[in-house]
Write a protein that binds this ligand. Structure first.
Ligand SMILES: [Cu+2]
Length: 172
């Protein structure tokens, strides 16, 4: 007797259909959760951009507890960027035409090629973000000079690095 010709028993087929239906429902539910999460991220990005824009146009000359740094081909702006010691909110905006990294190195550490980088050098890392997007991170920093680098191939070599200079607030 040919195994292929053997009729599937009705109960088995129903069970299979039920399982398929449940799996489809589960997939749909997961998709809805993903869409909800995506919307949340988009709203968070909009809030970050609005906060950055509403920060006023005082210019980068004054050290601040919240700094905005733009990444393009192949530079960060402003350079240097000035921040106040303590909790520093860093808004990294990729306004270039390709992905860019934002890697903050330990105070005093400087590299000129991505090959020199090891994980222990990093005190804050925003891996490659797409053009037109921004990410915010808060790091606690002591006064000093910190190098910012992009570790994507050939970006640092092309000059994609900047200094973050952190100073102590002036006591009043
Ligand atoms: Cu880059």
């Amino acid at each position: 007797m040919n195994a292929k010709a053997k009729p599937a028993d009705g109960d088995g087929r129903k069970a299979k259909q039920r399982a398929a239906r449940l799996a489809a429902q589960r997939r749909q539910r997961n998709r809805r959760i993903m869409i909800a999460a995506g919307t949340g991220t988009a709203i968070a990005l909009v809030i970050v951009v609005v906060l950055a824009l509403s920060g006023g146009d005082d210019g980068p000359a004054e050290p601040s507890a919240s700094v905005t740094i733009e990444g393009t081909e192949f530079a960060y702006s402003p350079d240097p960027v000035l921040a106040l010691a303590g909790e520093v909110e860093i808004n990294f905006e990729n306004t270039g035409q390709t992905g860019h990294d934002f890697v903050l190195l330990q105070e005093g550490v400087r590299i000129s090629r991505p090959e020199e980088f090891v994980d222990s050098m990093s005190i804050g890392r925003i891996p490659s973000i797409a053009k037109g997007t921004s990410v915010t991170r808060t790091v606690t920093l002591e006064p000093g000079t910190y190098q910012i680098v992009c570790l994507l191939p050939d970006h640092l070599e092309a000059g994609m690095e900047a200094d973050l200079i952190v100073s102590r607030p002036i006591e009043s």
